[in-house]
Design a protein around this ligand. Structure first.
Ligand code: NAI
Length: 462
């Protein structure tokens, strides 16, 4: 039995970052992880592998659609699927090994196995019971499926199965037009599959700024994705080599059916707390099955904290990382803080979509007087040079103070551009502050500045 200042349960972005920060702050730290590799869902079966497949399939798309325009001739590449999966696995391996190295460097012990908490101050892994003054639960989330839909991870898959299909599908149905559905739907559409996305609501990506969502859907349609909107999936019948998806259109209650070689269920994720023994401990949960915490990530049981996907808030790796660092500061007697109003969200399709702060719909509903500044990437020389003129930057500011309330970008490198506005918002900046900052030419970032200029006397290249 070993004794620690902190034991963190879960080695995903929330848990491993928290463990490193705890160790840096001088706390004797261990992290329990039952998977073969550190990194959690994000590194093993989520963010990182999907980015590898998005990159490879985007390269294919560029070769097929834009190479000849640039004077690059020759045979278009064909897909060697096993090699593409091997490339993806290599990327995963490099990243997960990197965390192992960081653990060693920072003297964090990796306790291999699945943890439970028999009582406050104790963590059980296998037959071993370890003592911990503080326990941080960072056990993440798992895909939530639908009633009437049985996942076999072969024909009816979640994101996990979709990242390791034995072959690329010819026909794919995606249930849910959220982040996972659109990223992975894009991958397989680019690799040649006929992809149909079935969405319950009338808008894709719920919670996204309305104008961005409409533009995004139009661009995805042009890329070949089919959408069935306002449709509730009732059941999926798995046959030997394919599946039939039954859905009802909400507007007239009519029944429809579509078949596919692969059905991806991407209807959200739910907190994963199985086996931890939280019931017996009396840990308070929310109605939605999340661990209830106070403003400092403490549960109702002294010495037990929770962060990331198991608590409320967006299920995003970077939100979990921030909470991981902040809870470490709290445990070390410092002041950990997360600014929940400045958490960016990114969808890694091509073009990328990124957002921070409030949508126009939210600002309108709040009753605040506001102004919108927009700038199209068609006015950005750099974007046009690489066939990425589609999309725009939309900035929403307070009408009186010019303070930035939100920013929404669809276009090249949107996921990187958004951070300029995250920093600006952290500093309580106005659009004019951004507009008066010199931006290098020619960069995509100029589009952000132009949107800021559009909040004032006007953009230059519009
Ligand atoms: P999501 O919550 O983003 O989207 C689920 C979609 O499924 C919604 O549009 C919902 O209306 C629809 N839906 C639900 N029930 C349905 C039904 N019966 N029939 C048709 N449509 C139905 O969930 P998703 O995409 O599974 O992602 C899960 C989590 O993982 C999210 O919190 C997301 O933020 C996170 N994630 C983030 C990524 C990123 O930041 N790039 C990448 C992948 C996941």
């Amino acid at each position: 039995m070993a004794s620690y200042d902190v034991i963190i349960i879960g080695g995903g972005p929330g848990g491993y970052v928290s463990a490193i920060r705890c160790a840096q702050l001088g706390l004797k730290t261990a992290c329990v992880e039952g998977r073969e590799a550190l990194g959690g869902t994000c590194l093993n079966v989520g963010c990182i592998p999907s980015k590898a497949l998005l990159h490879a399939s985007h390269m294919l798309h560029e070769a097929e659609h834009n190479f000849t325009k640039m004077g690059l001739k020759g045979k278009s590449p064909s897909v060697d699927w096993p090699q593409m999966l091997a490339y993806k696995d290599d990327v995963i391996g490099q990243n997960t090994k990197g965390i192992e190295f960081l653990f060693k460097k920072n003297k964090v012990d990796w306790i291999k196995g699945w943890a439970s908490i028999p009582e406050a101050g104790k963590v059980k892994v296998g037959d071993e019971v370890h003592e911990a003054k503080n326990i941080v639960i960072a056990s993440g989330s798992e895909p939530s499926t639908l009633p009437g839909v049985e996942v076999d991870e072969k024909i009816v898959v979640t994101s996990t199965g979709a990242l390791a299909l034995p072959k690329t599908p010819k026909k794919m149905v995606v249930i849910g037009a959220g982040v996972i559905g659109l990223e992975l739907g894009s991958v397989y559409a680019r690799l040649g599959a006929e992809v149909t996305v079935i969405e319950f609501l009338d808008q894709i990506t719920p919670g996204m700024d309305g104008k961005v969502a409409k533009t995004f859907q139009r661009i995805l349609k042009k890329q070949g994705l089919n959408f069935v909107m306002g449709a509730a999936v009732q059941s999926v019948e798995a046959l030997k080599t394919k599946a039939k998806v039954n859905y009802k259109l909400r507007k007239d209650d009519s029944d429809h059916q579509v078949d596919a070689d692969v059905v991806l269920v991407a209807t959200g994720r739910r907190p994963y707390t199985e086996g931890l023994g939280l019931d017996k401990l009396g840990v308070r949960m929310t109605e939605r099955g999340q661990i209830a915490t106070d403003a400092h990530w403490a549960t109702n049981i002294p010495g037990i904290y929770a962060i990331g996907d198991v608590i409320e808030g967006p299920m995003l790796a970077h939100k979990a990382e921030d909470e991981g660092m902040a809870v470490a500061e709290q445990i070390a007697g410092k002041h950990g803080h997360v600014n929940y109003s400045v958490i960016p969200g990114v969808i890694y399709t091509a073009p990328e979509v990124a957002a921070v702060g409030q949508t126009e719909e939210e600002v309108k509903a709040s009753g605040r007087a506001y102004k919108v500044g927009e700038f199209s990437f068609m006015g950005n020389g750099r974007a046009k040079a690489v066939f990425q003129g589609e999309g725009f930057v939309k900035m929403i500011v307070d009408k009186e103070t010019d303070r930035i309330l939100g920013c929404h970008i669809i276009g090249p490198a949107a996921g990187d551009l958004i951070h300029e506005i995250c920093v600006a918002m952290e500093f309580g900046a106005s659009a004019q502050d951004v507009a008066l900052t010199c931006h290098a030419h020619p960069t995509y970032s100029e589009a952000v500045r132009e949107a800021a200029l559009a909040c004032g006397d006007g953009a230059i290249h519009a």
